[in-house]
Design a protein around this ligand. Structure first.
Ligand code: SF4
Length: 202
């Protein structure tokens, strides 16, 4: 079971295959074997997540820890925060980021962003589209159109508790004109927009 893996100088953490989206470009649907080994036969327990992280951190210095894909990490928010709380006991440990689709408040039916305070240093929310219609067309969210306003609301609320919050789009999967619209939208919310290349994980 692959719980942690490296991307550059980051230690990435894989806690679930599950997701509330079904994006056209998702590695879960286009996996060619490069990341195929990340598919979890079963989800690691919170203790296994912590153990895998602790073991990896004793072997190498990483710039950051990133809870990312295969699936949507905040589906297991309680277990992630359990591990983060333990990791934050050692100030030498790297900063912690969550790459998310931003659906957490919809998943839990309440504002969970206060739970991130002091445990998560960065939240990167996948925007993927300039409006709800396009988001639904590309990401097929189980929450429907509400998912788009929900992720923007999540990002805005997270800013109160997390030092760094950004929205992101994948440059290869969105036309330039839509990227400009996303920039304007991010500006309206006072959130940085990160334009990234497709790296086959969330
Ligand atoms: S790209 Fe991310 S948000 Fe989209 S289906 Fe895959 S894991 Fe979910």
């Amino acid at each position: 079971m692959t719980v942690t893996y490296e991307v550059g100088d980051g230690l990435y953490v894989n806690v679930t295959n599950r997701c509330t989206n079904s994006c056209d470009f998702c590695v879960r649907s286009v996996a060619d074997g490069t990341y195929g080994e990340l598919w979890l036969e079963r989800e690691p327990s919170k203790e296994e997540i912590l153990s895998a992280l602790t073991e990896a951190l004793t072997k190498k210095n990483y710039k950051e820890i990133v809870f990312c894909g295969y699936g949507e990490p905040t589906i297991r928010l309680d277990d992630i925060l359990f591990a983060c709380k333990k990791l934050k006991e050692n100030p030498q440990n790297p900063k912690i980021r969550i790459n998310t689709n931003g659906h957490a408040n919809l998943i839990f039916g309440k504002d969970v962003t206060p739970l991130l305070a002091g445990l998560i240093d960065c939240v990167s929310v996948s925007l993927n589209a300039p409006d709800a219609e396009e988001y639904c067309r590309v990401c097929h969210p189980q929450f429907g159109k509400e998912a788009f306003t929900g992720l923007l609301d999540f990002a805005a609320k997270a800013k109160e508790y997390v030092p760094s919050v950004m929205l992101s789009v994948v440059s290869d999967s969105i036309p330039d004109s839509d990227i400009e619209k996303c920039k304007r939208l991010a500006n309206e919310y006072g959130i940085t927009l990160k334009i990234r290349e497709y790296i086959k994980n969330n």
